[in-house]
Design a protein around this ligand. Structure first.
Ligand SMILES: NC(=O)c1ccc[n+]([C@@H]2O[C@H](COP(=O)([O-])OP(=O)(O)OC[C@H]3O[C@@H](n4cnc5c(N)ncnc54)[C@H](O)[C@@H]3O)[C@@H](O)[C@H]2O)c1
Length: 352
């Protein structure tokens, strides 16, 4: 089969996972990189030995050699670059969140329809082996009807700064950055039920805690403590039409004793935990059983999940099969995220 020629647009932090995974794929040629930061584009392009280095995505998209692109740029560019790439006849893997607004998501969906090209949203948590294993159990009815889910991604000190902390470029703080993963993972595992309403709260109480000493944390390359226009904490309850509910809380800054990652889903026959470690809880012969599935990794495994995500994208491009995380799902998640921000701003529950 002819090798697929790929360009990675935006070669900052997360692009490394895309670049590595494409390089590992025997049916892919990592053909080009593109970044508005010329020094970074040159450095990464040279490191990976690509054929072309671009400093403008518009120019890259005119290259007829490119079959598909990964979009790993700041959130506010996702819609514009995705639409331009689809209209240029390229298949698209776009990092999460799909974009910043529901209106943008609808425009991306239209571009997918008119181009007939593949667009896969980078909901990488779906591609984790543990998650797919638990899906098999869920689809076999092991947990019965899932009616309650609960997810937390709490950082006590973890505002990455730079564009992440600039609402104009990011679209929001921990909710749109890490909440998007938590909400998507639960919604997907619940069988993508239709959302009825959301009620959310956002807080800006602690800022980025730039004064904290003796504890290090991840900082974006262009970290600037004076810039922070996003929330520190968001929480929400999401009600579904089938009666199920999801509770979520996420933070960049919080007076928490420690960081916390928890994802738990409860059904009427059993339950399971995805974060921090996989577990299955059920009952048999009047006895509660806590079961530990034996897998390579107890928790979310970054590298293999990205490799699975890229492998799936390549397979969709080769076969025309619809991705596991299609644009429609990106749109639904944008509706939920935007409704949570709206609910928080108005102080009322928002119906969808
Ligand atoms: N799936 C995940 O777990 C995960 C993790 C981290 C980040 N992300 C997402 O990946 C995206 C990038 O995040 P990051 O942490 O790599 O950010 P980053 O700032 O490290 O890298 C982004 C790069 O995009 C470049 N860029 C910005 N606008 C551009 C444009 N118009 N054309 C070309 N290049 C442009 C920047 O110069 C920078 O090099 C974000 O959408 C983020 O939400 C996903």
């Amino acid at each position: 089969m002819k090798k697929i020629k790929v360009a990675v647009i935006g070669v900052g932090s997360i692009s490394k996972e895309h670049l590595r995974s494409y390089t590992n794929h025997p049916e892919v040629e990592l053909y080009a990189v593109c970044d508005i930061n010329e020094e970074r584009a040159n450095r990464i392009g040279t490191e990976y030995g690509v054929s072309k280095i671009y400093y403008s995505y518009q120019e890259a998209l005119t290259d007829p050699e490119i079959d598909a692109v990964s979009i790993c740029t700041w959130n506010q560019t996702h819609a514009e670059i995705s639409i331009a790439a689809l209209d240029a006849g390229k298949h698209v893997l776009v990092e999460k969140p799909l974009c910043k607004t529901v209106e943008e998501a609808l425009r991306i969906q239209e571009a997918v329809k008119r181009s007939g090209k593949i667009l896969q949203v980078g909901f990488v948590r779906r591609y984790d082996n543990n998650v797919q294993m638990l899906r098999t159990f869920a689809e076999a009815g092991e947990f019965g009807e899932i009616y309650y889910a609960k997810a937390s991604a709490i950082r006590r000190l973890g505002n990455p700064g730079g564009w992440f902390a600039d609402v104009e470029r990011s679209g929001g703080g921990p909710l749109i950055d890490i909440g998007v993963h938590m909400i998507d993972l639960c919604w997907y595992m619940m069988g993508k039920p239709k959302v009825k309403s959301v009620s959310g709260n956002t807080y800006r109480k602690l800022g980025n805690r730039a004064h904290i000493e003796h504890l290090s944390f991840y900082k974006a390359a262009d970290w600037d403590p004076s810039l922070n226009t996003v929330e520190d904490l968001a929480n929400a309850i999401i009600r579904f039409e089938n009666g199920a509910s999801l509770m979520v809380d996420v933070s960049f800054s919080l007076h928490a004793k420690e960081d916390e990652m928890k994802v738990k889903l409860y059904g009427d026959k059993g339950s399971y935990e995805i974060d921090p470690e996989i577990a299955i809880v059920t009952e048999k012969h009047n006895t509660i059983l806590n079961i530990t599935p034996q897998m390579d990794h107890k928790g979310f495994h970054f590298d293999s999940s990205f490799q699975n995500e890229i492998n799936h994208f390549v397979q969709c491009v080769q076969t025309g099969q619809q991705p596991l995380s299609p644009v429609e799902d990106g749109l639904e998640i944008m509706k939920i995220l935007c409704a949570i921000y709206e609910s928080a701003a108005k102080g009322v529950e928002v119906s969808l």
